[in-house]
Design a protein around this ligand. Structure first.
Ligand code: ZN
Length: 517
């Protein structure tokens, strides 16, 4: 193999093989890689390889072929280099060429994986797969991992002085060991994480498909970064988004995010590691949006529908902020271009609304059918069109409009409560509620136009602590509507879409206090 062209300043090399590789033929690529610190930078030291808590993923390893994702995206930066602005951050949904690769890696489909990793003698080194052997040699500790099923070309390597807490989940196909690798002293939420893994495996194996691995590992890494990331059977998890969290179990407003993040990451073992989208618009709907949905369902099961409002409100606020600062034109969910405010935030809202309208069982039926068709599928990879077809198939006729509203367009409501009074009646309480409704939709240029509304929307009367005394879907048309509702307990607030299941520009005015007549 010879170097044919090189740009060391860009870390780019082009090689030619001594003899061309025939289709289907294999060869070995051997390389040495060093990742040394290079002096002091303005933005601080690189925190990938550290004394205790190294975490690097396969993104640092050499990649083959042209890497479209590495292109400059900001208009200003591109201009500096004499490049035209990019209208889109991902190839078009229907681009057949880019459907030949998945959005995680350009140079690998489903791969076989095996790794030998060495580290300091007092640390554990981890990579996806199962431990085959461990030994010490020349003062270093070695670990040999091997995966028994094909995985995405997306792997991680970690090393730290961890303590390990073990748990176990028992499913229909036997026991799955759970291991939490944590910094001694950070025990706070380790049991919550084990419970989170168990609850998730319970739900996902029943609703979607079997778990493809024989073990689940969560690995703490230092809070130089604050995210968790799911690799096959291996979930690196920052100390700052779970391990050192203080969750107040009796505070109804606190979100148990160590539990929630655990559920989201375990869900990626299905949504990414079983079903992976093509490298086209909408790809992250099949990973991030479905992982959000899965985690929301695990939370709903634990906390109940009424308690989800705080979470949905958080998602809504973040979606509205995100769309306000979008530099390109906002895309609907099924064409999102890997924007977190769309695939996580709007994704949660859309999926929560879908299951609320058509039923959780129906959504899960669609997802199970989808997984059956496309799990571990190679090129051409699946797209959001396939997923929406599954949703359509389980959606009753009166709710078909939701697929368009939630996924295919940018549809936003301006619903609000106008007036609410009550009077005692036969030992009960009669509430007279007036609401105003408006439905808007983004046109091609992004501006919102009002569209005719004749939709099913929650009408609710709430008691103390927002306890729903009445919550039912009613047909609501554009403009003002009136409802008379009888409830058994004294009402406190009433309004339209009180749990904020729809994307509403001003969710705070959806309910108002109910005054005694
Ligand atoms: Zn995720």
């Amino acid at each position: 193999m010879k170097i044919a062209e090189e740009r060391r300043d860009l870390g780019w090399l082009r090689y030619t093989l001594d003899r061309p590789l025939a289709p289907g033929e294999a060869t070995t690529l051997t390389y040495d890689l060093e990742y040394p610190p290079e002096g002091f930078t303005n933005s601080g030291a690189r925190a990938t390889v550290v004394d205790n808590g190294t975490f690097l993923n396969s993104g640092l390893l050499p990649v083959l072929g042209y890497q479209e994702q590495a292109e400059l995206t900001r208009d200003l930066e591109r201009k500096k280099h004499g490049l035209e602005p990019k209208a889109h951050l991902m190839p078009d949904l229907d681009d057949k060429v880019h459907q030949q690769r998945n959005y995680i890696s350009a140079d690998g489909d489903w791969i076989d994986f095996e790794a030998v990793v060495s580290t300091e003698p007092d640390q554990i080194a981890l990579a996806p797969g199962y431990l085959q052997r461990e030994w010490t040699e020349n003062g270093r500790r070695y670990f040999h991992y091997k995966m028994d099923v094909p995985i995405l070309h997306f792997t991680s390597f970690l090393s730290a002085r961890w303590a390990v807490k073990k748990g176990e989940w028992r499913g229909e196909s036997g026991a799955v060991p759970i291991e939490i690798y944590y910094q001694p002293g950070h025990e706070y939420n380790v049991d919550t994480m084990i419970t989170g893994v168990k609850d998730s495996l319970d739900y996902f194996t029943r609703a979607f498909s079997p778990y493809q691995h024989k073990q689940v590992r969560i690995l703490e890494f230092p809070r130089y970064a604050s995210f968790a990331q799911s690799f096959p059977n291996t979930i690196p998890f920052s100390e700052s988004i779970g391990f050192i969290a203080k969750v107040k179990p009796n505070d109804p407003k606190d979100i148990d995010y160590p539990y929630y993040v655990t559920a989201h990451e375990v869900a990626h073992q299905w949504w990414a590691h079983q079903v992976i989208g093509a490298y086209v618009q909408g790809a992250t709907m099949m990973s991030e949006t479905l992982a959000q949905y899965s985690a929301l369902m695990v939370m709903k099961k634990k906390y109940g529908d009424a308690k989800m409002k705080r979470f949905l409100k958080y998602e809504l606020d973040n979606y509205l902020q995100g769309r306000a600062i979008e530099r390109k034109q906002e895309q609907p969910l099924y064409r999102n271009e890997n924007q977190p405010y769309i695939h996580y935030r709007k994704g949660s809202l859309a999926m929560y609304a879908l299951q609320d309208y058509i039923g959780e069982d129906n959504v899960n039926k669609a997802l199970a059918s989808y997984i059956k068709k496309v799990a571990y599928k190679g090129p051409p990879y699946t797209t959001s069109r396939d997923l929406l077809a599954e949703f359509r198939a389980v959606t009753p006729p009166e709710y078909q409009y939701l697929i368009e509203d939630l996924f295919e367009t940018i549809t936003i409501y301006e619903n609000r409560a106008v007036s609410a009074t009550y009077a005692p009646k036969d030992g009960k309480f009669e509430v007279r509620l007036k609401v105003s409704a408006k439905k808007l939709r983004a046109k091609d240029a992004g501006a919102l136009d009002e569209v005719k509304m004749d939709d099913l929307v929650d009408i609710g009367v709430l008691g103390p602590d927002d306890k729903p005394l009445y919550l039912e879907k009613k047909r609501v048309k554009s403009g003002e509507s009136e409802f008379t509702i009888v409830v058994n307990e004294e009402p406190v607030r009433a309004g339209i879409d009180p749990v904020v299941k729809l994307v509403d520009r001003r969710p705070d005015d959806n309910t108002i206090p109910v005054t005694k007549q």
